[in-house]
Design a protein around this ligand. Sequence first.
Ligand SMILES: [Zn+2]
Ligand SMILES: [Zn+2]
Ligand SMILES: [Zn+2]
Length: 168
Amino acid sequence: MTSTHQAFHPAFAGSRHDHERCAHAALDEAARVCASQGARLTAVRRQVLELIWRSHAPIGAYDLLAALNGAGRKAAPPTVYRALEFLLRHGLIHRIESRNAYVGCALPSRHHVGQFLICRACGNAAEIDDSAIARAIARSTASLGFAPERIAVEISGRCERCAAADRA
Ligand SMILES: [Zn+2]
Ligand SMILES: [Zn+2]
Ligand SMILES: [Zn+2]
């Protein structure tokens, strides 16, 4: 896996970014990944994924539940948690630990542990997938004989647009 250093990320592109297209592509990719893994993207799982892809801002389970019920479903918390668990297991979403919330993954067919940049102003989260960071963590933990179970690299700050808006 090559390390990616993107100077551009759709999460931080604002109006220059066609999010409808971005979300459609992600949902199509999710359907492909599920088909290739023999996993069933049921209506409710797909709906939860669609709600997560409404934006690049992480969304929590209770907001998802409210959105589902607002869309006419009679969903209870376990329905949402089961759907989230399925989406996580298949790499279709990531959990943002520091926000207790979820974002969609645009590259679910690749096995990876992403790192996240989270803008405190607009709330969007951008995933970077820098294998050098993942390797450095693996090396450091192994050197101490430590077995990592959950790795979360989350950097909060301001995206370029929000920082520019502050200066204006
Ligand atoms: Zn987008
Ligand atoms: Zn990802
Ligand atoms: Zn921002």
